[in-house]
Design a protein around this ligand. Structure first.
Ligand SMILES: Cc1ncc(COP(=O)(O)O)c(C=O)c1O
Length: 408
């Protein structure tokens, strides 16, 4: 096998040694944030212990810091399929997106339009909506279809016109696992002459991205969703980024990527985030470019996690009182599944799964409140189970049995 086995991968995560309720913990909370392998923690720690300095000075630790940040940009350029100047680092996707929206909003006003979607996380709605008040633009929301958990593409198409300045769309839904047709989104944006922004926070842990193939102008992700620390990454297409004027200190470099980075960066986090990409590439056991190794690793992880998703979907489907949401296992989706159990609040379901079976799941609307609204779910929202690189069949079986024991 040229990609590490699940057992080998699990050996890299100390968190997986934790027990709860007499069981090894089964972490199904990956869509909210994955566990972190030792190599990533070591990279951040090593930076702080041996190379810590501010940037742009002439002594060794500062030069090393500059070098490590540069290498991290190159690593993320490989991860996203762009050039290193197009990689902007920041706190998280939400902050970077607010910063970008404010920058773009400077040249927009009444009559300009932006499209967001009901399927998306608030982080890909609120930054764009804030421009309604700040500069008088109009924001339209493309609805989702409750039955399928997919976007209503006909409705989305109708929202485009010559006044459309930007489409903000998710690569995949963090609540339901729905994967959006980004090719079609790119085509619609091109036809309208609109910018194309992709929230890839959920997608990035399940699919190797290539911004050139996607055809987007901007794409944001967060390394804590794919085995790294809490760092956000924003791709800005160079020809666009060079002509934008982000709010910044007068002394900040006036060119990409630093023009978009406010203040001192989280150096240790960025070094750790790059180590997370290396960790993913390192799952492939052959000599090849980083991109080739990432490609092989993601290929294998996708097959494995889809098998788990199918097993989980069919196992839960058989339980009386379980309602599954979103696209079925034969459709394009991530291995993230939303469900409810009849007669039980979602909070009660996750509490029981933790206390009875040592399984950690999240519940609520996951800041994708448009989704839970469209599904007619109240505040309790959904229970969410996400499979990631360290999830095993045994854990999925335990989850199915745990849910079965709660069913009426
Ligand atoms: C799909 C999606 N978009 C955006 C976000 C927000 O990302 P961040 O926490 O990096 O701001 C999340 C976080 O859960 C998410 O799942």
């Amino acid at each position: 096998m040229n990609v590490a086995s699940v057992e080998e991968i699990r050996g890299c995560f100390p968190a997986l040694e934790r027990s709860h309720a007499g069981n090894l913990v089964g972490y199904f909370d990956g869509p909210g944030g994955t566990q972190v392998p030792t190599a990533v923690v070591k990279a951040s720690t090593d930076y702080l212990l041996r190379h810590n300095a501010n940037t742009d000075w002439r002594y060794p630790t500062s030069i090393e810091t500059d070098q490590l940040l540069k290498e991290a940009r190159v690593t993320f350029a490989d991860f996203i399929g762009c050039s290193e100047e197009e990689i902007v680092f920041g706190n998280n996707m939400t902050t970077l997106t607010f910063h970008l929206s404010r920058t773009l909003g400077k040249s927009w006003g009444p009559g300009d339009e932006v499209i967001v979607t009901q399927l998306d996380h608030q982080a890909n709605q609120a930054p764009w909506r804030s421009l309604e008040e700040e500069c008088g633009i109009t924001v339209h929301t493309a609805p989702m279809l409750a039955e399928s958990g997919k976007l209503d593409w006909d409705a989305l198409r109708k929202l485009f016109n010559q006044r459309t300045r930007l489409l903000a769309i998710g690569g995949a839904s963090n609540a339901l696992g729905t994967v959006n047709d980004l090719e079609e989104a790119a085509r619609l944006c091109r036809a309208a002459g609109a910018y194309f922004f992709v929230d890839a926070v959920h997608m990035a842990s399940h699919q190797l991205m290539n911004v050139a193939e996607i055809g987007c102008d901007f794409l944001a992700c967060s390394s804590y969703k794919f085995y790294g620390p809490h760092v956000g990454v924003l791709f800005i297409r160079k020809d666009i980024g060079d002509s934008l004027l982000p709010p910044r200190l007068p002394c900040t470099k006036g060119y990409l990527p630093e023009s978009f980075e406010t203040g001192t960066l989280n150096h240790e986090g960025i070094v750790g985030a790059a180590a997370a990409v290396e960790f993913l590439a390192g799952m492939s056991k052959f000599d090849g470019s980083r991109r080739e190794r990432l490609d092989a690793a993601f290929g294998t992880l996708t097959v494995r996690s889809h098998r788990l998703l199918e097993f989980l979907w069919h196992g839960l489907e058989e339980q009386r009182g379980v309602q599954l949401y979103g696209p079925g296992p034969n459709e394009r989706r991530t291995p993230t599944l939303g469900f409810t159990v009849k007669g039980l609040d979602s909070a009660a379901v996750v509490e029981r799964l933790a206390s009875d079976s040592g399984l950690f799941l999240s519940h609520g609307d996951f800041y994708a409140s448009g989704v839970t609204e469209a599904l007619g779910l109240g505040q309790q929202g959904l229970v969410r189970a996400g499979c990631v690189c360290y999830t095993t069949e045994e854990e999925v079986k335990r989850l199915i049995e745990g849910v079965a024991s709660l069913c009426p």
